[in-house]
Design a protein around this ligand. Structure first.
Ligand SMILES: Nc1nc2c(ncn2[C@@H]2O[C@H](COP(=O)(O)OP(=O)(O)OP(=O)(O)O)[C@@H](O)[C@H]2O)c(=O)[nH]1
Length: 305
């Protein structure tokens, strides 16, 4: 039976890098589909996670962080982000409880109000487990002041789960009444290939510094089902992927001494991909130098941007 006041619609989270957008997406969806990382700007693709509740369905569009474009890739990302803003029913803007509101936040809000003046912006004070109640209250007031008195502001912790359902309810109240867009149980409509590439990219960036994130792209070349597997063994997929870097020095970083690092990356990514697909996977990774791929439209097209 469908709830009499069922609502459904699209939501995107915005905010400065590291404000907890990906972690919140995961907490709401309850499955690892968006990529989190302690480094800024690792979320490249528009990944949709779907939140199913009795009274609502929220489709989360996880956008890359808005930033001032320096390269062609940056420009394309920003175009993508702008389109997303005007198409969604609500924008959740994230402000960590433990960081002061700054010029970066004001700049993002200005952009939002400019490109999508009609889309409601809901303030989300994230990471409330990191600070005391008083600091949460002070941040709620500051965000309220920034967004305007009529705006909803919700405190939440994606890590502890505190207030997550309250956030769902507040977001749902901004959705249109109507049936669900997606059948129950469907978590993402992103092709599995993209998710695999994201998981490999995440594993390859783990523990590295700030420079590499912009210079690493992953392309899945081929996925083939291994033949001759017995029923007891179960199915197995051979996945062949290329990791593209910009410079030979970066290739060395990704591969590591004697290939040690790449092997670790492969193991970490394989484990995640097996979890995602529920089958055994053999992962074959190759690192290639594609010079200045961020500035070359042909290469960008090939890499899916
Ligand atoms: N303690 C605590 N840490 C959090 C919470 N949410 C996120 N974090 C941490 O904050 C860091 C950034 O989180 P992300 O979810 O990757 O942030 P993001 O806004 O998606 O970052 P970008 O993809 O760089 O824009 C990670 O190290 C998270 O583990 C939370 O509720 N509590």
């Amino acid at each position: 039976m469908t709830h009499p006041d069922f609502r459904s619609g699209f939501v995107c989270f915005v905010g400065r890098p590291n404000t907890g957008k990906s972690t919140l997406t995961n907490a709401l969806v309850g499955s690892k589909i968006a990529i989190t990382s302690s480094r800024p700007q690792t979320t490249r693709h528009t990944i949709r996670g779907i939140v199913h509740r009795d009274h609502a369905q929220l489709i989360l569009v996880d956008t890359p962080g808005l930033h001032r474009p320096r390269t062609l890739l940056g420009q394309r990302l920003n175009d993508l982000v702008r389109d997303t803003y005007s198409e969604v029913d609500a924008i959740g803007m994230c402000f960590p409880a433990d960081e002061k509101i700054g010029p970066g936040d004001r700049w993002i809000l200005e952009q939002l109000r400019h490109v999508a003046p009609k889309t409601p912006v809901i303030g989300i004070v994230t990471k409330i487990d990191k600070v005391g109640k008083q600091q949460v209250a002070a941040q709620l007031m500051a965000v309220s002041k920034l967004l305007g008195d009529n705006s909803d502001v919700v405190p939440v912790s994606a890590t502890s789960g505190e207030q997550v359902e309250v956030l769902v309810d507040v977001l749902a109240s901004h959705m249109e009444p109507g049936p669900a867009f997606y059948p129950d149980g469907e978590l993402t409509d992103e092709p599995e290939e993209t998710l695999m590439a994201e998981l490999i990219r995440e594993a390859a960036l783990e523990g590295l510094g700030d420079e590499l994130p912009h210079s690493l792209a992953v392309v899945i070349e081929e996925i083939v089902e291994r033949e001759g597997r017995t029923e007891k063994q179960g199915p197995m997929l051979d996945v062949h992927a290329f990791l593209y870097v910009e410079r030979p020095s970066q290739k060395g970083i990704v591969i590591g001494k004697g290939g040690a690092r790449l092997r670790e990356v492969g193991t970490a990514a394989r484990t995640q991909i097996e979890k995602l697909l529920g089958v055994k996977v053999y992962l074959d990774l190759h690192v290639k130098v594609a010079k200045d791929w961020q500035r070359d439209p042909k290469q960008l097209g090939r890499l899916g941007f």
